[in-house]
Design a protein around this ligand. Structure first.
Ligand code: MIC
Ligand code: SF4
Length: 652
């Protein structure tokens, strides 16, 4: 009898990692899957809530292979609230077995890539740019703080199984093109909503020409496509990177099978790319830098180099080499923030700080800094070229600033000229920068949890308020549309960043006062007067950050449902987690006829997964809204949110 060998079906890289971590569901795009999470990360602005929620779950320690708490978003320590948050984060980490990275050590994603991310592992982080770790073959996703708290408790992470898009890279960079231009090119093609429900998986001969930090720039900003994540294979470049980080043992090769299939395919010829820029106020408004140089070229008032997208050693060394021996024009303010102390140490060791200082640049702490509006705001109507990943209106702290997203090479050159110029005028680019065989370790700067955690006391300042209780969803809700907004509303519109507001992330009643205040400063007043209400929105509502405060704040104010044309992935999950109904207009044309102030009745108890319901209008007419909720998600909303749901399920 001949024995038939059953050949394992060919898998792409995403399917390989997903299937080895699958806890529930099937790998069929769109269906809900539960996956085991190996690592988690948090940052300070979302972390305090995540740990308060972890505490509420009541476990003695985290159940992941590794959990790290970074402090990088707000390190200004203006007043007691912010340092109190840091102290809480440090002590709660020690108590529950989490590694702690103190303020100033670096930006979470850069540090995680350098020190902890591993090929083939799953990672979720309470920050939308967690996919940075995809640069070394880790399946890394941004999530709300509560999802991260549950992953720390050992629970699977539930997502709709993504489609996988193959991005075939060929050729190699020429001239001034760099990794940033790859992702800007993709954004120009796909837009900020084009990646929803998708993983972008990079393959092809061009991959081998890219170093891990270059790959990480690309996967980082895949978040702007709305993608679930982006990932590169783990290969000889990955091995060299991990070796330089003193982590060669963490290397394992990982690629898609030769004949793997994908749900879509794009091709990028790296040698055809030119320097690109995303114009104000969206990362997908992409044009060539040369086109912005036409005529006299727009004056540039500020340049900012850094952020989790472009703050690596290679990015900053290239910057320093471009600026060496030059002097900035008097009207240009240049801010440089290294991604980590390791980057800073390497620049210092090679005397590359001096060219930055001598040209007139300002060296900032190794944090998010101007990217999250922590200082460094441009002048009124000022033009700022930034190597960051988001240029949403007002995010820089100056409402009418004109922020362009560009590569470090582009930012440094434009800063020197003081205006947009054609890359043809920039001379010869410096040679591609590679990491040394052994980079200096900063491992001892992390605080590893003590063996005996019983003596650790968690310290809470007066601004740290535990989460209040949320009531279950009523059977029927009659309330007014208290805000009508357009397409592409970002979480920065819903809850602005900046030092003043971010300092309130541990205090929901206080931070709720700022919900939508840059869009309509009377919104909070209307919510308070009415006690409850709905929000009407357009396409891609809630894009951008993972901050769950953009759901928690509205929930605290009494928002019961958001009725929109479409939703961004992480914000949708945050709405579910905090018991707000995410409803989708069946007929998008109804958006036009619905007005702010109109009263609606939603028959909440009759909502079924994927089924339309009739919503009664104040005028007596009706319109239909549907949903893309699973049975479980609906039960979570009906329970008043995920914490209630988990408590009820464990009581059963
Ligand atoms: C951002 O870039 O918007 C942030 C700040 O990093 C957020 C997280 C937050 O709001 O704390 C993100 O991207 O998730
Ligand atoms: Fe920090 Fe900006 Fe990156 Fe967000 S996008 S993690 S604020 S550097």
């Amino acid at each position: 009898m001949s024995q038939k060998l059953t050949k394992k079906p060919a898998q792409n890289l995403t399917q390989k990692i997903l299937s080895s971590h699958l806890r529930s569901g099937k790998l069929v795009p769109g269906q809900e899957i539960g996956i085991k999470i190996d690592q988690t990360l948090t940052q300070d602005a979302t972390g305090t809530m995540a740990y308060l929620q972890f505490e509420a779950i009541g476990l003695p320690r985290v159940r992941t292979e590794l959990s790290v708490s970074y402090v990088d978003h707000n390190t200004l320590q203006m007043g007691f609230r912010n340092p109190d948050d840091h102290q809480y984060l440090r002590t709660v980490a020690a108590k529950y077995g989490v590694v702690f990275s103190p303020a100033g050590t670096g930006i979470c994603h850069q540090l995680h890539l350098e020190n902890f991310a591993k090929p083939g592992k799953t990672l979720i982080g309470s920050d939308s740019h967690t996919p940075t770790a995809g640069g070394l073959g880790c399946l890394a996703m941004g999530a709300g703080g509560l999802s991260v708290a549950l992953a720390m408790a050992g629970e699977p992470y539930f997502i709709p199984c993504p489609q996988v898009v193959k991005v075939e890279l060929t050729g190699r960079f020429t001239g001034w093109a760099s990794a940033k231009d790859v992702i800007l090119h993709l954004l120009g093609q796909f837009t900020v909503k084009g990646g929803v429900g998708k993983v972008f998986e990079f393959t092809g001969p061009g991959v081998a020409t890219l170093t891990v930090p270059e790959r990480a720039t690309i996967t980082n900003m895949g978040a702007e496509l709305g993608a679930t994540t982006s990932i590169f294979p783990s290969d000889a470049r990955t091995k060299a990177f991990l070796k330089s980080m003193g982590r060669e043992r963490d290397y394992k090769p990982l690629t898609a099978d030769q004949d793997a299939s994908y749900d879509g395919e794009v091709h990028i010829d790296l040698s055809a790319l030119v320097p690109l820029a995303a114009r104000p106020h969206m990362p997908d408004r992409v044009v060539s830098v040369a086109s912005l140089a036409e005529g006299d070229g727009l004056t540039v008032n500020q340049a900012a180099i850094g952020s989790c997208t472009n703050s690596s050693y290679a990015d900053l060394k290239t910057t320093a080499l471009i600026l060496k021996g030059k002097r900035l024009p008097a009207h240009v303010d240049l801010l440089v923030s290294p991604g980590s102390k390791q980057v800073l140490k390497m620049l210092a060791a090679e005397n590359l700080i001096e060219p930055l200082l001598d040209c007139g640049a300002r060296l900032l702490e190794c944090t998010c800094g101007p990217c999250i509006g922590m200082g460094g705001s441009p002048t009124s109507a000022g033009v700022s070229v930034r190597t960051f990943n988001r240029n949403f209106e007002g995010r820089s702290g100056t409402q009418d600033a004109q922020v362009f997203l560009v590569s470090p090479q582009t930012a440094a050159n434009l800063a020197l000229f003081g205006r947009f110029t054609d890359p043809a005028q920039w001379g010869t680019p410096p040679r591609k920068v590679h990491l040394p065989a052994k980079a200096p370790s900063i491992r001892k700067l992390f605080t590893f949890p003590p063996k005996d955690r019983s003596a650790v006391t968690i310290v809470r300042g007066p601004n740290i308020k535990s989460l209040g209780d949320f009531a279950p969803l009523p059977e029927s809700i009659t309330a007014k549309i208290l805000l009508k907004v357009g397409d592409d509303i970002t979480t920065d519109h819903i809850l602005p960043a900046g030092a003043q507001i971010t300092a309130l992330r541990s205090n929901i009643p206080a931070i709720s006062e700022y919900i939508f205040n840059r869009v309509d400063e009377k919104f909070v007043g209307r919510m308070k007067a009415e006690g409850q209400g709905f929000i009407l929105g357009g396409e891609n509502y809630g894009q951008g950050s993972s901050r769950e405060h953009a759901a928690l704040g509205p929930r605290h104010l009494g928002v019961k449902a958001v009725i929109v044309k479409s939703l961004a992935r992480i914000h949708r999950a945050n709405l579910v987690n905090f018991g707000i109904l995410p409803l989708l207009l069946m007929d998008k044309a109804d958006y036009e006829s619905l007005a702010q102030g109109e009263t609606l009745t939603i028959p909440a108890a009759s909502i079924r997964p994927g089924q339309p319901v009739d919503i009664t209008r104040g005028s007596g007419g009706k319109f239909a809204a549907t949903n893309d909720l699973t049975e479980k998600e609906l039960a979570i909303i009906q329970a008043g949110g995920l914490l209630n749901y988990v408590r009820q399920s464990s009581a059963r």
